[in-house]
Design a protein around this ligand. Structure first.
Ligand SMILES: *[C@@H]1O[C@H](CO)[C@@H](O)[C@H](O)[C@H]1NC(C)=O
Length: 449
């Protein structure tokens, strides 16, 4: 792959030089200015024409010809500039291949921005570029579907700060009639597959963080992923690191603990990192639509977990999504974006490895005082600062408690949002609360939805 990529660069460079040489030869080979015919601006065809035009050519032609030539040169220069830019922008992504294999200390972590027809991708890109500590370590690849020219122009305006790639297949996807309204989901899934193949196969990266065009990132977004990359690499029971807390609303998080991180069995998405190995596993069976819920199925998840923060490192600002309008108004718009920079790379994050985490987590949850839902809601009756535990034992009691406490009440393949071993951890009126199944949890009930 390394060889292949460098030969592509060489080839581009050769073409570039050859093009210049040709242009130069062409310009030298032209007859002196003023001889060229005024015959419709066509290029001189041969000596006879030159001879013919010699007599007709007067001094009045000189200025005209100069302008024409200048225009031509400008066009050529423009073409060359574009070529150079293209080579330049791809170089950043290719550069990593000089050091093959994952480097745990200074890994290259490309950011893949999934874009379509929202010009507000500008807000995502502005923040990414503003907070990015290094363009070499975090090359930004914007993959655009939908062929929307206005959005393409916005992406193009970032020049070589980002690499702009375009999903080539803009055709409609044949779906069964009752799924016609879901066409958008099919296209998203097709785009993800194409874009991830680009990242891992064309650009030969070993990991990637996926961001959508309606996500705004926090100041320590890059720090977070860089610190967690070695954790993800070294724990086979992890399959992603996400910047998102599904229960990340202001009232539900402890804003004094920006450094707090968790494991979760619920795939959060919305700004998440995966490794190439996972993509190689998922790609052959990648679904034609609804890829995120597909990932939440046991056949894909295989009991693996993700890391997620207490306070989100992304928020979503778009409501013109495929169908997120209502969901956005009810929940997403209230998610709190972290503002305090946490130096994660300077911290010991090994506590997140399963071998350390599970025992501590279970002990913490089940040593918390068990209380009734009503006590928690009254609040006054509870003296200690917590933490407290509320127990659910059925799908229905989970839903009722979740709704009453203001946390997300949906389950996917039996897993509650943000849940780990069935436990949902959140803040309630200034106290830590665990909404938890009875002690001795062993597995999820896939029929709970
Ligand atoms: C990091 O934390 C783990 C436990 O979470 C501990 O076993 C290890 O010794 C710590 N490493 C350092 C360098 O402090």
């Amino acid at each position: 792959m390394v060889l292949k990529k460098s030969s592509v660069i060489l080839c581009s460079a050769f073409l570039f030089v050859a093009w210049n040489a040709l242009l130069l030869l062409y310009l030298w080979g032209r007859p002196p200015i003023g001889r060229l015919g005024e015959g419709g601006g066509a290029e001189p065809g041969g000596q006879e024409e030159w001879g013919l035009s010699r007599d007709r050519a007067g001094h009045s032609n000189l200025a005209e010809e100069m302008i024409r030539l200048a225009d031509e040169v400008e066009i050529q220069l423009d073409t060359q500039k574009k070529l150079l830019k293209q080579i330049e922008s791809h170089r950043a992504v290719w550069a990593q291949q000089k050091t093959p294999g994952p480097n745990l200390n200074k890994p290259t972590i490309p950011i893949l921005v999934i874009a379509c027809d929202r010009v507000t991708v500008k807000r995502s890109l502005d923040k990414l570029i503003q907070y990015r500590p290094s363009a070499e370590l975090f090359p930004i690849i914007v993959s655009q579907d939908c062929g929307h020219s206005e959005t393409a122009r916005v992406i193009g305006s970032y020049g070589n700060q980002v690499t702009h790639i375009r999903q080539p297949d803009l055709s409609d996807i044949r779906v069964r009639p009752e799924h016609r309204k879901f066409q958008g989901y099919y296209k998203i899934s097709r785009h993800y597959r194409w874009a991830l193949n680009q990242v891992f196969n064309t650009f030969s990266q070993s990991t990637v963080v996926i961001v959508e065009d309606d996500l705004e990132v926090a100041p320590d977004f890059f720090e977070y992923f860089r610190a967690l990359y070695p954790i993800l690499r070294s724990d086979a029971s992890l399959w992603c690191v996400s910047a998102w807390n599904d229960n990340g609303r202001d009232a539900l998080v402890d804003s004094s603990r920006a450094k707090l991180l968790y494991r979760t069995d619920f795939f959060p998405g919305l700004g998440w990192m995966l490794l190439k190995e996972l993509w190689e596993e998922l790609e052959p069976k990648w679904p034609s639509a609804f890829w995120d819920d597909w990932m939440r199925q046991p056949e894909q998840r295989k009991d693996r977990s993700c890391i997620r923060p207490e306070i989100s490192r992304t928020i979503t600002f778009g409501r013109k999504g495929v169908s997120l309008g209502q969901f956005f108004d009810q929940y997403l718009r209230y998610i709190k974006l972290n503002t305090e920079f946490v130096p994660f790379t300077k911290q010991n994050l090994s506590y997140l490895l399963k071998e350390h985490y599970d025992e501590t987590f279970v002990r913490e949850v089940y040593s918390a005082t068990l209380v009734k839902m009503e006590d928690l809601q009254k609040g006054g009756a509870l003296r200690s600062p917590g933490p407290y535990r509320v127990q659910y034992s059925s799908r229905d009691s989970f839903k009722v408690f979740a709704r009453n406490l203001g946390v997300m009440d949906d389950l996917k393949s039996g897993v509650p949002r943000t849940g780990y071993r069935g436990v949902v951890s959140f803040h309630h009126r200034g106290r830590r609360v665990f909404l938890a199944p009875p002690e001795g949890w062993t597995h999820y009930d896939v029929s709970w939805s």
